[in-house]
Design a protein around this ligand. Sequence first.
Ligand code: ZN
Length: 186
Amino acid sequence: MKFCSSCGAAVTLRIPEGDDRERYVCSACEFIHYINPRIIVGCLPVHEGRVLLCKRAIEPRHGLWTLPAGFMENGETTAQGAARETWEEARAKATNLHLYRIFDLPYISQVYMFYRCELENGAFGVGPESLESGLYAEDEIPWEELAFPVVRETLRDYFRERDSGVFPVKITGLEYQPRPPSSTQE
Ligand code: ZN
């Protein structure tokens, strides 16, 4: 951040009085611009034993597969955001949502929240942020072409727990992991 969004003057990075960490503070109007973690909400949509995946039409990870997910918007609940993203990316109506997986990613200041859900009438399509979408059984999933580690973990957990029919909510903190040298996806 370089300029104040309130008055347009330059901002400086300093510790405001009474605070304990650096913030961007406006040199003119003194406005403190707090930057906080972002929440990403998404769904694990299941229909007749298959999971709905989308192939990304946007960066990052263009051309790789993901669960429908995106940044939470103001004025919505996390479940509403997850359902909205499922509509935007896969033209599917998410029903019967249950919170399933939470990931803390402090190294990029993000929190992921995935809901298990069903698809209304099993219907889906392709939204503008996707190249294609489809329902995949466990052995059909393109495991080597998944866009994000959180997607892989969520899918792995789901298929492992599916037989028991019990899906406990789990929170995982992920540390930064460089991609292996064999990867050609970056
Ligand atoms: Zn200002």
